[in-house]
Design a protein around this ligand. Structure first.
Ligand code: FAD
Length: 401
């Protein structure tokens, strides 16, 4: 997603000739294929809030921005918000973050238990002291559709996609001369961008950057329930369990806006599908196999948490599950974006720690502009520069799900 976005905007907005090297054109292990594709404004760092705001605007206009002839992508953007819940111990943090978010233009509202109950009568507020809800500009979208639309638009603007497993770089002094594939093929260029997600570290190391990014597995469970939860937002429990509807789950109540392309009430299914997940139990090893789902996580953590919060979930079953890697930046849980230190003609964009999908449109445009013009546009991504790692200057994102 990140690589495709940068390539698309380099070609579309700046007329650059771009080649994307991707080792797996099926994207079977790419984080972008295995994501929950949700977007929020509720971050702790202003640069992330700005990226979300600009990306959200882009998603709303994607049918125009990414149109190719008559083909206009439909991204199914649903904006029913994120709802962070906190017990008495976490309420202070929610208030602190709310102050940062509203100061940066996000429409985030704090709700006490009575307010929560009024807005979502199906939600039990036992043990909850405070909720923080993004009233506008938060929700979810069809991630694979956005990825496909970015690639289609990129191709239409002349971007070439080659299948290649990049093993290293050919350098001359402080310049990269070529990217080198495992089969010995070389791709020379004026400028190079490293956007290999969770697998970026070995390629960054070859250019002298010790990148603290690794692959942390996250399981996603697809749940089926006849429960109708009008206006259901993406809910984050104090213990990190999260839940969101997948597709249309029933009539949207006064709390929510109807999703784009919502079917008339007579055609809507009763109840529907939900996605849920939680932080891993115990050790969080690097790059464990994606095939091993921790079903105990659902039975022992997710299910009890959801059943307690949403009594209508009594009838609930797991339909399927998958896992993907967060490209976790263990230094400060934020993206690493900008000029590669000590190299004249290379940039990097990775390490988004579970929020790269939603930021891809704004980040792609911003970095493309920087590469092409050496000027940041609306969003200055200097705070995400890789130089902060060697300096030990953390830009910690506190809201990592
Ligand atoms: C379960 C889960 C839920 C998530 N939910 C959300 C969410 O709700 N909202 C959100 O914003 N983000 C979410 N994320 C995070 C988001 O998916 C990632 O931040 C984003 O997809 C990262 O995009 P990327 O392009 O950097 O990485 P990827 O999509 O992993 O792409 C990297 C690509 O590089 C290729 N590659 C790697 N090494 C090489 C090489 N040596 N040569 C050639 N190609 C190579 C890979 O094959 C891959 O296709 C979630 C992630 C997971 C796993």
């Amino acid at each position: 997603m990140i690589g495709s976005a940068i390539a698309c905007f380099l070609a579309r907005d700046h007329g650059a000739r771009v080649t994307v090297l991707e080792r797996d054109p099926t994207f079977s292990r790419a984080s972008s294929s295995l994501s929950a594709s949700s977007i929020r404004q509720q971050f702790s760092t202003p640069v992330n809030i700005a990226l979300s705001q600009a990306s959200l605007e882009f998603l709303r206009r994607a049918h125009e921005e990414l149109a190719v002839s008559d083909e206009r992508p439909a991204l199914g953007l649903v904006e029913t918000g994120y709802l962070y819940l906190a017990g008495p111990a976490g309420a202070h943090t929610l208030r602190e973050l709310h102050a940062v978010q509203t100061a940066n233009g996000a429409d985030v509202r704090l709700l006490d238990p009575a307010g929560l109950q009024r807005r979502w009568p199906w939600l039990r507020s036992d043990g909850i002291a405070l909720g923080s809800w993004g009233a506008r500009g938060e929700g979810w979208f069809d991630g694979p559709a956005l990825h496909a639309a970015l690639r289609r638009k990129a191709r239409a603007c002349g971007v070439r996609f080659d299948t290649a497993d990049v093993r290293g770089w050919e350098t001359f002094g402080t310049r990269v001369v070529a990217a080198v594939g495992s089969d010995g093929r070389r791709w020379s260029a004026d400028h190079f961008v490293l956007a290999a997600g969770a697998w970026s570290a070995p390629l960054a190391a070859q250019l002298g950057l010790a990148l603290p990014v690794c692959a942390k597995k996250r399981d996603v469970f697809v749940l089926e329930s006849p429960a109708l939860l009008p206006g259901c937002p993406l809910i984050i429990e104090p213990n990190g369990v999260w839940l969101r509807p997948e597709g249309i789950t029933g009539p949207q109540g006064p709390a929510g806006r109807p999703p784009e392309g919502a079917r008339p009430p007579s055609e809507r299914p009763r109840g529907g599908l939900f996605l849920a997940g939680a932080p891993p139990r115990g050790e969080d090893p690097d790059e464990p196999p994606l095939e091993t789902i921790d079903h105990g996580l659902f039975e022992q953590v997710i299910w009890p948490t959801l059943a307690q919060r949403i009594p209508a979930f009594e009838a609930l079953r797991v339909r399927s599950a998958w896992a993907g890697y967060y490209e976790m930046n263990t230094f400060d849980h934020n993206g690493v974006v900008g000029d590669m230190p000590g190299i004249d003609n290379a940039s990097i964009a990775c390490g988004f720690s579970g929020h790269g999908m939603q930021h891809a449109p704004a980040l792609g445009q911003a970095l493309a502009r920087w590469i092409a013009t050496r000027r940041w546009g609306e969003i200055d991504l200097t705070p995400l520069a890789p130089q902060r790692i060697a300096r030990g200057q953390r830009l910690v994102e506190r809201n990592v799900i």
